[in-house]
Design a protein around this ligand. Structure first.
Ligand SMILES: Cc1cc2nc3c(=O)[nH]c(=O)nc-3n(C[C@H](O)[C@H](O)[C@H](O)COP(=O)(O)OP(=O)(O)OC[C@H]3O[C@@H](n4cnc5c(N)ncnc54)[C@H](O)[C@@H]3O)c2cc1C
Length: 412
């Protein structure tokens, strides 16, 4: 039987392990923590089938000035960090020009629209149905003008990709979200996406399914990966594991390991923060307050208040501006009580300059990359895992012919 080691047990790694197992591989999944305890734990938990167009770098002078002057709450940065991030950010800016962006959207949209079907294949067998709410999420707007613009975008996405949505006026929004404390201009309700009440637990249940189907989980440091004759080996708590294939699925830590084999990955690191709050009543579904770059998601642990992107290398110290503003904005909308944790959680969205995940072979035989899912790795993990497993199994480019291969990328 062909063997493989999947390095990293976030949504992407666990989904890869399950997909390879379905293709008949014997798989060892390795992580230094329990499955689903890092980025795949701390996200907003939305399976974003509406996210057919990835987040581009701002291109207009007005948008760039807003980010540069930190006028909004959706992006934060520190001067000291920028010199580490300048190269990837420049590539991100270039890849966000109309032509390359259109190419990325053409690929990305094909992934996003099938994401809930690919999750569905795991949710029920993993016994995780009670974690999933199939009621979409809402982006709320504070002015009629911003609502009108958002409604036009929603209409365009409906026609171009079949993404379903409803536009709610102020009264409909108040009826749909009775805990809202103030009257807003309205909302775009993305009705197709699913949301998860405990993202880390969903990954843990997928990992349990992988074990129940005969897979092995090992604790260990992925940085011990070495080429070994025709295969790969890694050290674990129980000794050395060897396999024909090794898949790097370490999310934001992937570039560190790839570098030891000579690959320079220009990842764009977008940190996010969250904190849970108790409340008598809060939003029914995740609510994005667009004007304040703040999302409030009902979770098993409480109401999770999340921020936008802090452009920071993974080891940079936390910043508090976005979280403070997000909590103020969330409290304007809902009567949140005290925070549940002592300090906010933070984690890093592993973004690629061309906004597409990386899923394919490297120059080293048997070494595969699977990372860079950016803002939507919780959504896309099972989908790109399936495409990658088909490549590993069939030795061919992914069947959708999407430009996800490392060799096809401008940075390769
Ligand atoms: C605030 C925020 C909100 C988000 N909201 C959403 C959302 O609503 N929907 C969505 O689709 N996406 C969302 N995302 C993005 C999503 O969370 C990520 O894209 C996704 O979790 C990445 O998954 P991953 O498996 O690649 O990485 P991770 O989940 O980070 O997994 C990487 C794993 O590698 C392990 N690891 C690292 N180094 C080593 C080592 N040396 N040895 C062993 N193991 C190691 C880690 O322990 C970890 O388990 C959000 C992200 C953030 C930050």
């Amino acid at each position: 039987m062909t063997t493989s080691i999947v390095l990293g047990a976030g949504m992407v790694g666990v989904s890869t392990a399950l997909a390879l197992q379905e293709s008949g591989y014997q798989v060892v999944l390795l992580d230094r923590k329990a499955p689903g305890r890092e980025t795949s734990y701390g996200n907003a938990g939305i399976i974003q089938t509406e996210a057919v167009e990835p987040y581009a770098f701002p291109r207009t002078a007005r948008e760039i000035a807003s980010v540069a002057l930190k006028r909004g709450n959706d992006v934060d940065w520190r001067l000291a960090d920028l010199r580490h991030l300048a190269g990837p950010l420049w590539r991100y800016f270039s890849q966000s020009a109309p032509e390359p962006y259109a190419r990325s959207v053409a690929a990305y949209s094909q992934l996003a629209v099938r994401a809930s079907d690919d999750h569905a294949r795991f949710i029920e067998p993993a016994g995780a149905s009670e974690l999933i709410v199939r009621q979409g999420w809402r982006a709320v707007y504070r002015t009629a003008q911003t609502l009108e613009r958002a409604a036009a975008t929603a209409e365009r996405l409906k026609h171009a990709y079949g993404v379903p949505s409803d536009v709610l006026g102020p009264d409909e929004l108040a009826r749909s979200e009775p805990a809202l404390r103030r009257r807003l201009a309205g909302a775009v309700h993305w009705t197709g996406p699913w949301s998860c009440r405990d993202p880390g637990e969903l990954v843990a249940r997928y990992a349990a399914l992988f074990l129940a189907r005969g897979g092995t989980f090992e604790s260990g440091d992925a940085m011990t990966l070495r080429q070994d004759g025709h295969g790969w080996r890694v050290s674990t708590q129980h000794g050395t594991v060897s396999a024909q294939h090794a898949i790097i699925a370490l999310g934001p830590w992937s570039p560190q390991l790839a570098k030891t084999f000579g690959y320079r990955i220009p990842m764009v690191f977008k940190r996010g923060y969250h904190r849970h709050f108790s409340a008598q009543d809060g939003p029914r579904v995740p609510i994005l307050d667009v004007a304040n770059g703040t999302l409030v998601a009902p979770m098993t642990a409480g109401y999770r208040v999340l921020t936008g992107a802090h452009m920071a290398p993974p080891d940079a110290r936390p910043a508090s501006r976005q979280m403070r503003h997000a909590v103020d904005a969330a409290r304007e909308l809902f009567a949140l009580r005290e925070p549940i944790e002592q300090t906010p959680w933070s984690g890093t969205r592993p973004c690629m300059p061309d906004m597409l995940p990386v899923a394919g072979p490297t120059r080293h035989k048997g070494l595969w990359f699977h990372f860079g899912h950016g803002h939507q790795g919780f959504t896309l993990g099972p989908t790109t895992a399936r495409l990658l497993a088909e490549q590993i199994d069939g030795g061919q480019a992914n069947p959708l012919a999407l430009p996800l291969l490392p060799s096809a990328r401008t940075w390769a």
